[in-house]
Design a protein around this ligand. Structure first.
Ligand code: PEP
Length: 253
């Protein structure tokens, strides 16, 4: 089944609102002509969402957030709800990025609740999964990734599963300059597709599975040429409009 490729930039904790506005303007100028053939989004820090949303208004480049809390409101100091993100103009939200899991204690159960809250608010979750280096080296990649996918999607019906994206991001490849080979990525993506077919047979073929982990303009095309690699979640290289656009071009080739 032909799935439209999707490239999303994760700006992490980079760029003030003013700086993010400039970057968004550069990304719009460079990437908008390509954004019809590929779905494109950027996820700036919370404080820059309104500024970037204003800069992207009327374009085909979507706005995303990097995290959310699963409750709608309440005494959760420092947190932001799905409805708040939707009001800020977000279409997408990352759930369970490995930096959240590793540095801020996001558990599989938290990722499940975040994914459900995002869907309930009409947002499109990008559910991030991936193994650490010791897990890969001990041959546990598919077990770990499978557990993360099943946990995040547990309790969701086929329509909900059809309304999300999965991002496979091996932890050892994030921000390290080490990329999974195209074959390594395809192996895990195919396994994820198999789990999706198990959970939602009618929806699985439509779900996009992105690869993330040191994607650059020079490796993007090969990674995205794999049958189950439907796009890229891009960290460092999304902070330069020219590199981000080069990666989007890799999705078209
Ligand atoms: C990420 O943060 O999701 C990511 C993949 O980072 P990088 O591209 O820098 O490895």
């Amino acid at each position: 089944m032909a799935r439209k490729k999707f490239v999303c930039g994760n700006w992490k904790m980079h760029r003030t609102a003013a700086e993010a506005r400039t970057l968004a303007r550069e990304v719009r100028a460079a990437a908008e002509p390509l954004a019809g053939r590929v779905d494109v989004a950027v996820a700036p820090p919370f404080t820059a969402l309104f500024a970037v949303g204003a800069e992207l208004a009327g374009s085909r480049i979507g706005l995303g957030a990097q995290n959310l809390h699963w409750e709608a409101q309440g005494a959760f100091t420092g947190e932001v709800s799905a409805h708040m993100l939707a009001e800020a103009g977000c279409r997408y939200v990352l759930c369970g990025h490995s930096e959240r899991r590793q540095l801020f204690g996001d558990t599989d159960e938290a990722v499940r609740k975040k994914t459900g809250a995002a869907l309930a608010a009409g947002l499109h979750p990008i559910v991030c999964v991936g193994e650490t280096l010791p897990e890969r080296e001990s041959g546990r990649t598919l077990e770990v990734v499978g557990r993360q996918v099943r946990a995040a999607l547990s309790g969701l019906g086929p329509d909900s599963i059809g309304g999300l994206t999965v991002a496979y991001e091996p932890v050892w490849a994030i921000g390290t300059g080490k990329t999974a080979s195209a074959a390594q990525a395809q192996e895990v993506h195919a396994a994820i597709r198999g789990i999706l077919k198990d959970l939602a047979p009618g929806a699985a073929d439509a779900v996009r599975i992105l690869y993330g982990g040191s994607v650059k303009p020079d490796n993007a095309a090969e990674l995205m040429s794999q049958p189950d690699v439907d796009g890229a979640l891009v960290g460092g290289a999304s902070l330069k409009a020219i590199d981000f656009t080069g990666i989007i071009q890799g999705a078209i080739r």
